[in-house]
Design a protein around this ligand. Sequence first.
Ligand code: GLP
Length: 261
Amino acid sequence: MEIVICRDAAEAGRLGAAAIVDLLQRKPDAVLGLATGSSPLAIYDELARRHEAGEVSFAHARGFTLDEYVGLPADHPETYHNVIRRDIVGRVDFAPDAVHGPDGLAADIPAFCRSYEEAIAAAGGVDLQILGIGTEGHIGFNEPGSSLASRTRIKTLTKQTRLDNARFFDGDINQVPTHCITQGLGTIMAARHVVLVASGAGKAEAVHHLAEGSVSAMWPGTILQHHPHVTVLLDEGAAGRLQLSDYYRETYAAKPAWQGL
Ligand code: GLP
């Protein structure tokens, strides 16, 4: 796991976007794993800027989103389907229907979850997965207690997650759905490169566990310690509780340029 402590979230965004641009130059039809939430926004802003500047095209790329609320009407502005379109998909040149997400209105949720796993596999698997992390360590919506081998399935959201996300629902936790469909930890682990981004002191404890804690279902992101290629992009606040922060800074400062992320 490579830890990169950036000056601020904008620098983290530039690095994350550069990894995606490099990938699309090598492999124009790459499969991207797209995450919602505030954490990836700096990456998406930079990608939109670089697309506008003619530096990157998504015309042949494919995408799969991580998760979705169950039961929100399709025209609700906070479905992750609509959020990801606002945040990135609609700002670049993805082909129509190139980006898929879990169907929170599926009549048969287990059957839908199986078909979602099959669609990711049929696309050749995810080349680069963007991730945020929740304050209690969830990735996607894999809440504490999630099976470390889980695949796409329905989950119950914790009260903490619903409180954290109430800001998108008029500050009212009662409007936040209680259930979601999320790619599992096993699904996320199958991506070839994982780029996790976190900013602010509110994420510092989760980031400390992610990088330096014991692997445990209590901090689901810790499963990424078993992944061979994870890049963690942090600002100073999110890095605030890391024990080895000096070492991470020295390592990144001395990294050969050819290595990339
Ligand atoms: C949300 C999403 C996650 C996201 C996390 C952190 O509930 N399901 O994909 O990474 O919680 O969100 P944010 O980046 O807004 O802090």
